[in-house]
Design a protein around this ligand. Structure first.
Ligand code: ATP
Ligand code: MG
Length: 281
């Protein structure tokens, strides 16, 4: 299933395909998601995503940035086939490999794929059930029913999401009574409980205050030792704080993909520079 270990550049720009060709700060990383020449259309006529190609690496955080409507969420949803739920929408060209499997191949079990590629949404969406059940639900669906085992995974997941200390004495309370930041961490706990390999996060902090945002960002930094994370954000500081690599999109195209520090300090494309310096978008 797994790719051979590769040594992509930490400083190669603009041509993601060439990202494996150089350089100095090379560290050993392994491709986990490989997007190759992908076009995507919602209606079969207009391409919302055009010729997207780049790899993402295991145990890294990759940020997607770009102005509203450029296709960040669309691409994120391609990675666990959430767009399949939209009538008429499809990947019209190219291939997305995750752990060396073409995820659009006919034999792929989409439910299984979504267990491997979990998602945290912009607006936290806990079920109107207890804190405990929010996490146990997915586990029960996955066939885990032994109370001891459920208790253990619920606790581990809440600890993993840095929420355990805040909720351990009220696990049976309704999750909707948690604060927004706690609800978002609960959703992260729910996602990690089923042990995906990849976690997709679409603007997970956009509804949170700076303190809750900092907690989620700390959490992302911790989670990357166990998971690979892809995060969409409009917050440039957040991208620089949490991500290893950043992909900048504009009008459905990947303009630049690079090591985050490089992209934000010396971008290769004028469009990237204009965007990160606030000249458009
Ligand atoms: N369900 C849909 N049906 C048809 N078109 C859609 C759908 N969702 C998004 N689009 C269109 O696809 C394009 C890309 O949208 P997308 O939501 O991926 O952008 P985004 O980069 O995530 O923007 P934002 O930063 O505002 O969230 C937009 O033109 C949008 O109108
Ligand atoms: Mg979006």
């Amino acid at each position: 299933m797994e790719n051979a270990t590769q040594t992509p550049s930490a400083a190669t720009s603009t041509s993601p395909q060439k990202a494996q060709s150089s350089t100095s700060a090379a560290t050993s990383v392994e491709t986990i998601v490989d997007i190759k020449d992908v076009n995507f259309s919602y209606d079969g006529k207009k391409d919302t995503l055009k010729d997207i190609s780049f790899p993402m690496y295991r145990n890294e955080v990759t940020a997607f940035i770009g102005p509203s409507g450029c296709g960040k969420s669309t691409l994120l949803r391609c990675l666990n086939r959430m767009n399949d739920l939209i009538p008429g929408a499809s990947v019209t060209k190219g291939q997305i490999n995750i752990m060396d499997q073409d995820i659009y191949a006919p034999e792929v079990d989409v439910i299984e794929l979504r267990k491997q590629v979990g998602m945290v949404f912009q607006k936290s969406n806990p079920f109107p059930r207890s804190i405990y059940d929010n996490i146990a639900y997915g586990l029960r669906v996955a066939g885990i029913t032994a109370p001891d085992e459920l208790d253990q995974i619920v606790q581990e997941s809440l600890e993993g999401a840095a929420l355990w200390e805040e909720v351990k004495d009220r696990l049976q309370d309704n999750a909707t009574g948690l604060s927004g930041g706690q609800q978002q961490r609960l959703c992260i706990a729910r996602t990690i409980a089923v042990k995906p390999k990849i976690i997709l996060m679409d603007e997970p902090c956009s509804a949170l205050d700076p303190i809750a945002t900092a907690k989620v960002e700390d959490l992302i930094n911790q989670l990357k030792s166990d998971f690979t994370i892809v995060i969409v954000t409009h917050n440039m500081q957040q991208a620089t704080r949490v991500s290893d690599r950043t992909a900048f999109f504009y009008l459905g195209e990947l303009i630049e993909y690079d090591n985050t520090t490089k992209l934000f300090t010396s971008p290769s494309k004028t469009q990237t520079e204009d965007y990160i310096s606030g000249r458009f978008g």
